[in-house]
Ligand binder design. Sequence first.
Ligand SMILES: *Cc1c(COP(=O)(O)O)cnc(C)c1O
Length: 376
Amino acid sequence: MREPEDELNKLDSAGLLRSLRKVDSPQGPMVTLESGESLINFSSNDYLGLAASPELQAAFRRNIDEFGVGSGASRLVCGNLTPHTELETRLAKFKGTEAAIAFSSGFATAMGIIPALCGKDDIIILDKLCHASLIDGAKLSGATLRVFPHNDLSKLEQHLQWAEKKIETSGRILVITESVFSMDGDRAPLREIVELKNQYNALLLVDEAHAFGIMGKKGRGLAAELGVDKQVDFQMGTFSKALGLSGGYVCASREFISLFINKARSLIYSTAPSPALAATISNAIQLIAGENGDQLRDKLWRNIRLFSDEAESAIVPVVIGDNEDALQASENLRESGFLIPAIRYPTVPRGTARLRITFSAAHTEEQINALKAILP
Ligand SMILES: *Cc1c(COP(=O)(O)O)cnc(C)c1O
C-alpha cells in the first residue's frame, strides 16, 4: 500500500505541494499572517469588501440573538427556519425568478443540482474551464459528458448537434458554463450560448460565482447585464464572494426548485446552514441591492480600471507557466509586501501556473498603484 509521504513527495517534486497559510486577522485588503507580516491582499474574492463590513457584522450579531446559531437538522427534517425561506424569497425576487434554493456552499450547490437534473440517459456539455464543483457534479451524475474548448461556440454547437441526435425523447441535454471564469477572469458569450441552447432544445446552467453582486443592474449578474437572464434555466452562484459570507444558491422555475428539494442530496442529507448566517445573507442581498451596493460596485470598477483598461472582471491572471516560477514570483511579491498566491494544476491546466490578482472595492488607490509599480 502506498504511503501518504510518497504521494506528498511526488507533489513536492512537481512543484504542486500545497499547505495552509494561516491568516491571523479578519479578511480584508490588508491581512496579517501568522509570521506577523502585514501584507496587501490581492487574492481574496471579497470583491465588495463585505467580509468584515461593520454593518454586516452588527447584523450577524443581531441575527444570532434572534435566531440562534445552529439549525439542528436538515432543511427537510426540522432545520428549515424562517431565515432560510425568507432568504430564498428575497433572492428569487431580486433575481426575478419564480423560486430559489440555498445550499451550504457553492460547491454543495453544484454537487446537488447537477445529479438531480441528469442521470445516465442524459447528456451534459461543459466549457473546458468550468470550476471543479461543476465538473465533479457532472461526473457524479453519471450522464454522458462532452467538453468544448473554452468559449468555443462552434464546438459547442457540434456537441449539441450530436446530442440532439443521440438523446431519447425524455432525455435532457444540459449545457454548463460560468459567466465569469474564476481563474481567467474572462466572460462567456452568454447571448450566443442562450441562442444555441434554445435552438437545440437544451437546458442551460450558468454559474455566476464571480459576477453575482458586481455585474448587471444592482449586481444581479452577467446574464442580467446581457438581458438573457430569463432564458437561463439555472442561475447558480455563491454568497461567498461578493457577498462576503458563505453559502450557494440556484434560482430557477418553481418546478425545478421543487425537484432539487426532492433530489439534491447535498441539500437533503446535510444540516441546514446556520439560521443567523441565512438571515445575514438576506441583509447582504439588501445591501448590494441598495445605493450602498451601487457605490461599492462603482468603487470596485474604478479600482479595476486603475489597474487595467482591458480587464473583463475583478480577476486578472498573470500567467507564468512553470509551477516553480509561479511559486517564486509569489514569494518575491510577498517579500515586497503583497499576498498573491500562485495558482497551479489542477486548479488551472498544466503549464499555465499563474498569479491570480483580484480586486476589491476596499482597496485604496495607493495599494493598487503600489501593485502596478512592482509587477513587471
Ligand atoms: C468559488 C466557486 C464555487 C464554489 O463556491 P463556494 O461557495 O466557495 O463553495 C463554485 N463555482 C465557481 C465558479 C467558483 O468560483
